[in-house]
Design a protein around this ligand. Structure first.
Ligand code: NDP
Ligand code: MG
Length: 389
């Protein structure tokens, strides 16, 4: 069989680099046709040398970056045009959407329109525009395959099952680095502490979102859109070992769960190879899971009082309209302010809540309205942080 031809948005990031690990190990299965990144031009140039793609894009949103792209990667396309060229290139079979942030939406919709299979890591795309993405995918008869580990787990548990037989989805959460911290301690945690995730190595934004549990809230919204299960049938349970990646409980009381040592290579392999499975032996991706060494797995309830971001996400999802866009925009800005040392850890939730209180939601937004709501929320969060904090 011919190799699957891949376009990769966000090739220099945590998911992007692990996606290229998979391609490197399975050269007969996959071929990189198009690459895009934003600012890490030297790594992008190295990847171009190694994988020799037909089209390269660098978002490069400052004049300095654009100058460097012209010097180092003169053939690369710039800006959103470049992302769209990568995601819709005629030779592409699968788009791996692995940018962070909110710029993934238009290229993902364009790829769906061009009939590409979507392997989705960028959960923001579904959170802000789930109705548009899933409707477009349905119309174009294009699959949207999850890379996020919880959703990969649920997707695997649902193979061969009927949606009407689902009693509930149970997303597992590691609980992050502050699982046992008191509210007083949370008020004073440092950026370094928040970036020290106990079980996963990821990009900075999602690592902070994991510490606030915003990430788990966003994943509930992501599940709602991917699997079409109502919010009252989606629950979260804390599982600190990150070995069970999520579960599905069926109406007959049976529960399926998917397990492995924590590694994003596995869900990436799963999405790229579907409907096949690849042999992980000799890849060096993870050690063997020895149950006797694991010895015990723990589960506990999520304490919503200490993690208000989780509640804010679920509320925004249930309210719908542009509330999820406002949530994402406010969270992007609040996390950036926290990483810059300008606000405290608990201020992240305070700021997002203040933005959501001021938001005027629009029902059934189009792409422009969606992105405008995100941008409004970013601006409002920045203004409020100067006034309130
Ligand atoms: P990183 O911060 O590590 O990487 C982000 C990538 O996106 C980089 O390659 C960056 O380029 C690129 N990028 C950002 N903005 C743009 C843009 N406007 N145009 C082109 N490229 C852009 O993030 P992660 O890999 O951790 O996460 C990526 C996505 O996957 C996020 O949505 C996250 O929520 C999701 N995810 C991640 C998991 C993980 O384990 N890391 C697990 C589950 C989901 P550059 O570096 O060159 O600036
Ligand atoms: Mg996840």
């Amino acid at each position: 069989t011919k190799p699957k031809r891949i376009a990769l948005l966000g090739s220099t990031g945590s998911i992007g680099r692990q996606t290229l690990d998979v391609v490197r190990r399975f050269p007969d299965h996959f071929q990189v046709v198009a690459l895009a990144a934003r600012s890490n031009i030297s790594l992008l140039a190295e990847q171009v040398r190694e994988f020799n793609p037909s089209v390269v894009a660098c978002f490069a949103d400052t004049p300095e970056l654009q100058q460097r792209v012209r010097e180092i990667l003169p053939g690369a396309m710039l800006g959103e045009q470049g992302l769209l060229a990568v995601s819709t290139h005629a030779d592409v079979d699968v788009l791996v959407a692995a940018t962070s942030g909110l710029m993934g939406l238009r290229p993902t919709l364009a790829a769906i329109g061009a009939g590409k299979t979507i392997a989705l890591a960028n959960k923001e795309t579904l959170v802000m525009a789930g109705h548009m993405v899933m409707q477009a995918a349905h119309r174009a008869n294009v699959p949207v395959l999850p890379i996020d580990s919880e959703h990969s787990a649920i997707w695997q548990c649902l193979r061969g099952e009927k949606n009407s037989d689902i009693h509930r989805l149970l997303l597992t959460a590691s609980g992050g680095p502050f699982r046992h911290a008191t509210l007083e301690q949370l008020e004073n945690v440092s950026v370094e502490q928040a970036l020290a995730h106990p079980t996963w190595r990821m990009g900075e934004k999602i690592t902070i979102d994991s510490a606030t549990l915003m990430n788990k809230g966003l994943e509930v919204l992501e599940s709602y859109w991917l699997f079409g299960v109502p919010y009252d049938q989606i629950e979260v349970v804390v599982h600190p070992e990150s070995i069970i990646h999520s579960m599905v409980e069926f109406i007959d009381g049976s529960i399926k769960m998917q397990a492995s040592l924590p590694s994003m290579h596995i869900p990436i392999m799963n999405a790229l190879a579907y409907p096949d499975r690849l042999d992980i032996a000799d890849t060096g991706f993870i050690r063997e899971l020895r149950w006797a060494d694991v010895a015990s797995l723990h589960f506990e309830a999520l304490d919503i009082a200490r993690f208000p971001c989780f509640r804010l996400a679920i509320e925004a999802g249930k309210r719908g309209g542009t509330y999820p866009c406002a949530l994402l925009g406010a969270d992007e800005e609040a996390v950036a302010l926290f990483l810059a040392g300008k606000i405290g850890f608990l201020d992240i939730a305070r700021l997002i809540e203040a933005v959501l209180e001021r938001h005027q939601s629009v029902e059934q937004p189009d792409v422009a309205t969606t992105l405008e709501a995100c941008a409004w929320a970013r601006r409002t969060a920045r203004e409020l942080s100067e006034k309130l904090m």
